[in-house]
Design a protein around this ligand. Structure first.
Ligand SMILES: *Cc1c(COP(=O)(O)O)cnc(C)c1O
Length: 434
């Protein structure tokens, strides 16, 4: 008897393999840890920049599974790499060599300007590696006689993942406080407040941690002044500058990393989301100076840097380079942002458009309007976007969308925003006149 048969209130449509939406929802409600609030859509396949549900509806995907499917769905380069690698070698463990790690490390260090890489399986693991490296590096400096502590300075509205160290450096209380005590010795400063950063920084600090383009926090770019100040403070004391590029990296902003827009190199950076075309993978990259803190056995992972993930990541980087996708992201991203800004001038409910390349946020006047627009984009217009930080519409499209896809999106947004404004005005009128 399988697990489903024990629950007669869960009506299955045939076997588990062809469960419909209602049966899937009922089973998940009963059997999964209730961590997610999913949209009632059962996705069955993808093709290019489109997704399809079980009813045959087609969706234009402007979210890429939260910045993951940068090359869209069913991309031949990814499919080929997966087929070839699964037929050859899936797993080796880190006790042996395989050909993928060094090849991928050459490419990743080249595109990021870093010296060394540690491979893992997710964003939060990459960030944990960065935090552990910062603590270990400070330990080495102390052993060499330097006065440096163990404290992290993190940013307000930051997001770094869900494991204990990552939540400790993540600002949102809901993500952190239920799990207290999390990793100690973290303080938060207001993002882009140079005076606050300088005031918080002293010999206790082992690292300054930030996203150069905050994602979950509402698509806020770091100011050049703030990033320069952070770099200078770290240079003075030997503390490390950690830049989380898990959402903004791998070409999403039109450069390989967001920090490259500023011409400032961190000591440590983290990549994940789109790195292996939809397979789980993360990478922590660092300078030679930082790397000397780690010796064999100090850190590791069973699956990290496996042959399959490496083969696909190599294919992803090659494809981005060969098809000149960074230039495409810049060109179409600039167009998208310009169109959104033009839209904003005609609508009172659109406050600001922020971002770079294909990582764009549109700040709406209220959470209600943002929710209504995001929901109707999905359910009525079949265009996938999402809402972050309550009031921000977020766009993280695959790198393959065209200006025609942007035009379709702008037209849909424009009419839905106008509708939402009219509805809000009517509501306000009603309240005034009882
Ligand atoms: C998504 C994200 C993470 C966490 O990545 P997971 O793969 O979900 O662990 C960390 N930092 C940033 C900036 C992210 O966007």
């Amino acid at each position: 008897m399988n697990k489903f048969n024990q629950h007669d209130d869960i009506i299955l449509n045939g076997g588990a393999a062809d469960m419909n939406l209602v049966a899937t929802q009922a089973a998940e409600k009963k059997l999964l840890l209730q961590t997610y609030d999913r949209h009632p859509i059962l996705l069955t396949r993808g093709e290019g920049v489109h997704l399809f549900d079980d009813a045959g509806n087609r969706y234009l995907d402007l979210l890429s599974g939260i910045g993951v499917s940068a090359l869209g769905y069913g991309h031949p380069a990814i499919t080929k790499a997966i087929h070839e690698q699964t037929a050859t070698l899936l797993h080796t463990s880190n006790l042996f060599y395989h050909q993928g790690t060094a090849t991928l490390a050459v490419k990743l260090t080249e595109i990021t300007g870093m010296d060394r890489v540690f491979f893992c399986n997710s964003g939060t693991e990459a960030w944990e590696a960065a935090l552990k490296l910062a603590r270990a590096h400070a330990g080495v400096l102390r052993a060499e006689g330097k006065n440096i502590g163990t404290r992290f300075i993190a940013m307000e509205h930051s997001f770094h993942g869900r494991t204990m160290g990552s939540v400790a450096t993540t600002h949102k209380q809901k993500y952190r406080e239920p799990f207290n005590p999390v990793m100690p010795d973290v303080i938060f400063v207001p993002f882009n407040d140079v005076d606050a950063l300088r005031a918080a920084f002293d010999e206790n600090v082992c690292a300054i941690a930030l996203e150069c383009l905050q994602g979950e926090g509402g698509i806020h770019p770091v100011s050049k002044e703030f990033l320069s100040a952070a770099r200078a403070l770290c240079d003075r004391s030997g503390a490390l500058l950690l830049c989380d590029e898990i959402q903004s990296g791998m070409g999403r902003t039109g450069k390989w990393t967001m920090y490259q827009h500023y011409g400032i190199q961190p000591d440590v950076t983290t990549l994940a989301k789109p790195i292996a075309g939809g397979l789980p993978m993360g990478a922590m990259l660092c300078t030679e100076e930082a790397a000397r803190a780690i010796t064999p056995g100090m850190h590791g992972t069973t699956f990290g840097g496996g042959p399959l993930a490496c083969a696909v990541a190599i294919a992803v980087i090659d494809e981005i380079q060969q098809s000149r996708l960074l230039a495409h992201v810049t060109e179409v991203g600039d167009y998208f942002i310009a169109q959104l800004r033009a839209l904003a001038t005609g609508h009172d409910s659109v406050l600001e458009v922020r971002g770079a390349g294909f990582m764009i946020g549109v700040e709406m006047k209220s959470a209600e309007i943002a929710k209504e627009v995001a929901d109707k984009m999905l359910f009525e217009r079949h265009i996938l976007i999402n809402r972050t930080s309550e009031t921000v519409l977020r766009f993280l499209p695959p790198y393959l969308i065209t200006k025609a896809d942007v035009d379709e999106t702008i037209a849909a947004l424009s009419s839905l925003i106008a509708d939402a404004e009219t509805a809000q005005a009517a509501l306000a009128e009603e309240q005034v006149h009882g």
